[in-house]
Design a protein around this ligand. Structure first.
Ligand code: SAM
Length: 283
């Protein structure tokens, strides 16, 4: 009998991936960590039975969460990553020589250790000398951080349930605003617009952020293994507009090879379907 990983992405909709074998199953203080080897998607990493990444399509999420802000402000030096224990976001950030410091705050050390052992394709740069790992709650970390410390904050979190819940609150976004410099950018994963269980959260999060940041826009990517395959990210800034301030020639001069992100796609990713635009306009 072939083995299948099945995830109920929303009520009545199941997404399945045929697996070769289960590599790891661990209970941490916060969540259940599973890693599988699959036929089509390579390694598959889940938390509490929800896909966090697969080896085959993780480049899409990590390209879009990192290169979009980095192409808008190519001078970014100090970065805070909240969550992101698989290391994929840090991997992309370390490709920029201009970045001097990356603080990564992951609540669950077991996620980092499991990724370092089984997911080297994302975790390999967590040992870069510019990276400081903090194993604590991101909500507490931002409360205790000094004003204007970071040029960029990336919230690479789980869904707004369990330990990730507080990362979708007004209090958390207020703290992010405070600890960003006057040129600061906040990127956060905004869930899927397609199924109401996710879009409700996305709308709530977006409404809170747009009341705090002068510039706040949403962009999208196609991620095959995430619910509905259609995923959103939030771009908020004290100064930079993600389209008007895009520095395409300067970013292209860096000659970073990316598999998903490019300057045309950057512009296109902010062009949202009508139903998503309408959703975001609702209070
Ligand atoms: N790309 C994934 C997705 O959207 O499905 C998310 C990556 S996953 C590795 C997110 C990480 O956020 C998890 O390892 C989880 O432990 C961490 N996390 C959740 N809540 C957190 C919190 N309050 N503070 C710090 N890290 C948190």
């Amino acid at each position: 009998m072939p083995l299948w990983y099945n995830e109920e992405q929303t009520e009545g909709v199941s997404f399945g991936i045929k697996i070769k074998e289960q590599i790891l199953s661990e209970e941490s203080q916060f969540q259940t960590i599973d890693i599988y080897d699959t036929y089509e998607f390579g390694k598959l990493f889940t938390l509490d039975g929800l896909v966090m990444l697969t080896e085959k399509d993780e480049f899409i999420y990590h390209d879009m969460i990192v290169h979009v802000p980095m192409a808008v402000n190519t001078e970014i030096k100090n970065v805070l990553v909240i969550g992101g224990g698989d290391g994929g976001t840090v991997r992309e950030l370390t490709r920029y020589n201009s970045i001097e410091k990356i603080d990564m705050v992951e609540i669950d050390e077991m996620v980092v250790r499991a990724s370092q052992k089984h997911l080297p394709f994302t975790a390999s740069k967590l040992t870069d000398p510019r990276v400081n790992l903090f194993f604590e709650d991101g909500i507490v970390f931002v409360k205790n951080a000094q004003n204007s410390m970071y040029d960029l904050i990336i919230v690479d979190s789980t869904d707004p349930i369990g330990p990730g819940e507080g990362l979708f609150t007004k209090e958390f976004y207020d703290q992010c605003f405070r600890i960003l410099t006057s040129e600061g950018i906040l990127i956060n994963q905004h869930e899927s617009p397609f199924y109401p269980q996710f879009s409700k959260e996305m709308k709530r999060a977006h409404n809170k952020i747009k009341n705090i940041f002068p510039i706040s826009m949403v962009y999208q990517a196609h991620i095959p293994t995430y619910p509905s395959g259609h995923w959103l990210f939030g771009f908020s800034s004290k100064k930079f507009h993600p389209l008007e301030d895009l520095k395409s020639p300067r970013w292209e001069m860096l000659k970073l090879k990316t598999k998903y992100y490019n300057s045309d796609l950057h512009l296109g990713s902010f062009a949202l379907p009508t139903y998503v635009k309408e959703m975001l306009e609702e209070e």
